[in-house]
Design a protein around this ligand. Structure first.
Ligand SMILES: Cc1cc2nc3c(=O)[nH]c(=O)nc-3n(C[C@H](O)[C@H](O)[C@H](O)COP(=O)(O)OP(=O)(O)OC[C@H]3O[C@@H](n4cnc5c(N)ncnc54)[C@H](O)[C@@H]3O)c2cc1C
Length: 577
């Protein structure tokens, strides 16, 4: 309850501070906002470029998106364009930088800064591309020998697109061309079920509680519109256009590092040693680099479930990881979010595709999120509140599809099951997507995030939370967050941009540590706020019903959420990061 009241106070304060002028429950669809702004003759080049919604919906476009995703997934699985270790015996990172270990040096165009990146998820790929664009030498070490994308495509929101545009125009153009614009339709929160809630008199299942427009705030800030792109396609684009071929070395898990005086040494699991001027840990929520930097226990890292890649390849592995992750999380000082998450990409032209790009069906102790995945596919994730470490039973002759069966019960719409365990009948949209998904495509994992603000009294960490000497962390390694704002990857993208900007100011290697400290301080406040909003939002979504039972507080909370949403988006869609 303290959390609920804190949230109400926070939202009320936001409301009072910003005093928004419009918005009732029925906000005008985003297309109207776009038309209005177009009439006002604002410079919005992306609209003219032809990746507009009408094109997204043509059969050719749908086929192209699907074909590209399929090819990229195959390439990602085969890890094309990446070294496997055999051919790189004379790679630059095998020897200490010029002058040898123990000596600092002046940087030149021919002998620029040498950057080692641990982890080839979005944070690592962006960091590598950003550092390469600034003339640095980059080597990226990815532990996986096969990528296992989790949860389908990803929303690259306006702020992240702007960061990518600044880093590398080719990568940006490719992403926009490959992406499906989602900002052209409405997004928001709906009440998911009919019976058993105090909202019943006011709302029916499937009614909007909060609607928001992601296009208006983007246009106001002069940013491109949000697109959704398949994760393997993103990876393929970065590998092809972001940096020289063979920058990425696979099957290369960074397990240790040390300062060699004048350079940093990264040690891989197979004993290989890599030398650079800087090491960036972009190695996800269970980061090895963070473990060493923050002096966490030996068990604080593992090849456990993470944001995008490196996750379980099959159900058996997922089961083992779920249990292992509980142990690792404790030592890694990560917070269990309270939710297990079932996620998939359904091969379906959803019934709401014309009007809605992203929606959350709110329930009691659970919620169901769906978003247009492009190519007439819908990405969905069902978050259910339960203790960590839970696994689904193995399929049997009586129940060959245990995950589907659970989801049919949890989001019962009166067809297979009359109602869920609490007697609530759900809006049929959740099962429309679930039923279009084969059991084997549904992936499950518990969600973990981190404390939004620093959780210790170590003054050194307060001054420079994500950097220590020649080493820094970014992305989920630094700020893992709940997925409901779709910003985890976007903030990782901003990190990569900022990191390269700060490193680009270095002219002598003795200044690298100050540049990394500056990166850390410039990013920590913004990402903590986003992380906090995502965490708070997730906790409150499942307490909506409870909140509505409190006289005055309930309606006030609903109104405050409706009013504050455009301002949260304005905060997210800043061109400065
Ligand atoms: C269901 C769901 C939906 C989401 N939707 C969105 C969205 O729409 N938009 C958005 O912006 N974000 C979204 N996110 C969040 C986003 O996926 C993550 O924030 C993002 O992937 C983080 O990227 P990362 O590179 O930091 O970490 P990861 O993606 O976890 O990548 C880390 C990489 O490092 C590798 N690695 C790990 N340890 C080592 C090591 N020691 N040495 C070498 N390599 C190592 C791993 O194999 C992996 O490839 C979503 C998350 C979930 C769970």
């Amino acid at each position: 309850m303290a959390r609920v009241l804190a949230a109400v106070a926070l939202l009320a304060t936001t409301h009072a501070l910003v005093a928004p002028k419009t918005h009732t429950t029925r906000v005008a669809p985003s297309r109207a906002v776009a038309d209005l702004l177009k009439d006002a003759k604002l410079d919005i080049p992306w609209l003219a470029e032809g990746d507009a919604p009408a094109e997204n919906k043509s059969p050719e476009r749908v086929a192209a998106v699907r074909a590209r995703a399929a090819t990229a997934a195959k390439d990602a699985a085969e890890l094309r364009g990446m070294l496997t270790g055999a051919a790189d015996s004379d790679a630059w990172w095998r020897s200490p930088p010029p002058g040898g270990a123990g000596s600092e040096r002046e940087l030149t165009e021919d002998e620029p800064l040498r950057v080692l990146v641990a982890g080839g998820g979005l944070a690592g790929l962006v960091t590598a591309a950003a550092c390469h664009a600034k003339g640095m030498k980059v080597a990226l070490f990815e532990q996986a020998s096969s990528y296992a994308p989790y949860g389908g495509p990803i929303q690259i929101q306006s702020n992240a697109l702007r960061a990518i545009e600044r880093i590398n125009k080719d990568v940006y153009d490719e992403l926009v061309a490959a992406g499906t614009v989602t900002a052209d339709r409405v997004s928001g929160l709906k009440i998911g079920y009919k019976r058993g809630n105090k909202l019943a008199g006011l709302y029916d299942k499937g009614d909007w509680l909060v609607r928001f427009d992601t296009l208006g705030p983007a246009l106001e800030a002069g940013l491109p519109a949000t697109v959704v792109v398949d994760r393997p396609v993103i990876q393929q684009i970065f590998v092809k256009h972001g940096f020289p071929e063979e920058t990425v070395r696979i099957a290369s898990r960074v397990v240790d590092y040390g300062d060699e005086g004048g350079c940093v040494k990264a040690v891989l699991e197979d004993g290989t040693v890599a030398y650079g001027d800087v090491l960036v840990g972009a190695d996800g929520v269970w980061s090895s680099v963070r473990k060493i930097m923050h002096g966490l226990g030996a068990g604080a890292t593992a090849d456990a479930a993470s944001g995008a890649a490196g996750g379980a390849l099959d159900d058996a592995e997922a089961r083992a990881m779920a249990r292992e992750t509980v142990r690792v999380a404790d030592q890694a000082q990560r917070r269990f979010s309270g939710f297990t998450c079932y996620a998939a990409l359904a091969d379906i032209r959803a019934s709401n595709i014309e009007e809605v790009s992203y929606q959350i069906l709110l329930g009691d102790k659970k919620y169901f999120v769906s978003t247009d995945g492009g190519g007439e596919r819908q990405q969905w994730f069902a978050l259910i509140r339960e203790p960590p470490g839970g696994v689904d039973p193995e399929p049997t002759a009586e129940n060959p599809t245990p995950k589907l069966d659970r989801l049919r019960r949890e989001f019962a719409d009166g067809n297979v099951y009359a109602a869920d365990a609490d007697g609530k009948v759900w809006d049929g949209f959740a099962l429309e997507l679930v039923e279009a998904t084969p059991e084997c495509d549904i992936k499950r994992r518990d969600l973990y995030d981190g404390a939004p603000l620093l959780d210790n009294l170590d003054l050194k960490r307060w001054w420079s939370p994500w950097a220590d000497g020649r080493v820094a962390i970014c992305g989920d390694a630094a700020h893992p967050m709940m997925p409901n704002l779709g910003q985890g990857g976007c903030q990782s993208t901003e990190d990569g941009y900022r990191l390269a900007e700060e490193l680009a100011t270095v002219t002598h290697t003795k200044d690298t540590s100050a540049a990394l400290g500056s990166y850390s301080r410039k990013r920590v406040v913004r990402t903590s706020i986003v992380q906090g909003f995502a965490q708070l939002g997730s906790d409150l979504l499942v307490d909506f019903d409870l909140m509505m039972t409190i006289p005055l507080v309930g309606p006030f909370f609903l109104k405050a959420t409706q009013l504050s949403m455009p301002w949260i988006l304005r905060f997210l869609y800043t061109p400065e990061f």
